[in-house]
Design a protein around this ligand. Sequence first.
Ligand SMILES: [Zn+2]
Length: 229
Amino acid sequence: MSAEASAQPTPPDADAGPELRAALLDTMRAMGGAGLNVGSAGNASVRLPSPACMLITPSGLPAERCRPEDMAVVGADGNWRGLFAPSSEWQLHRDIYAAFPDAGAILHAHAPFATALACQRLDIPPFHYMIARFGGSTVRCARYATFGTQALSDAAVAALHQRSACLLANHGMVVFGRELQHALALAIEFETLCEQYWRTLQLGPPVLLSTEEMAEVIERFRWYGKPRG
Ligand SMILES: [Zn+2]
């Protein structure tokens, strides 16, 4: 597989409709509105049926200047079609879709509190029961690798094992959900948890929930499908 998206766009044999393009752009703008992204940092994608892989936000364009037609269609082989090249993190998105069949949409952001924890290379422990929303009793921090590389993608896929969120060391966060709205809600929840962990660390090491306590929470989430507060 090539390390970069092809310089000349080669269209995958599928396209995305205008509604999905608009929904992806709305999600990217909502990430900014929620304080997850500033400027052209961060990106978002939504899974497309094979042979296309995804519709993804373009490289280097701030969300406020993007139009729905600027979203790029990318195939699993990295070939793409669009007015602008796909986000430089397209490999990260592609490999998450390949590794996790329940990923329908992926958001990547340099959200302030998640990034602060990522710069400390901290796994987030079970300091709060809502950590279980992301699949287990911790949220991992992926090992450091340069942005836009296969090494970063490999590190993120490993950190996402049985999880729907991870930190990227000295970089930011990745969250996936069933579809765009779900992924956005999870990303906002995750940044909130990162802020809460950051704040509690100011007071000293938090009291962590036990393995048994987290197992009970995970079981309740499995039954109810969503937290009941
Ligand atoms: Zn990034």
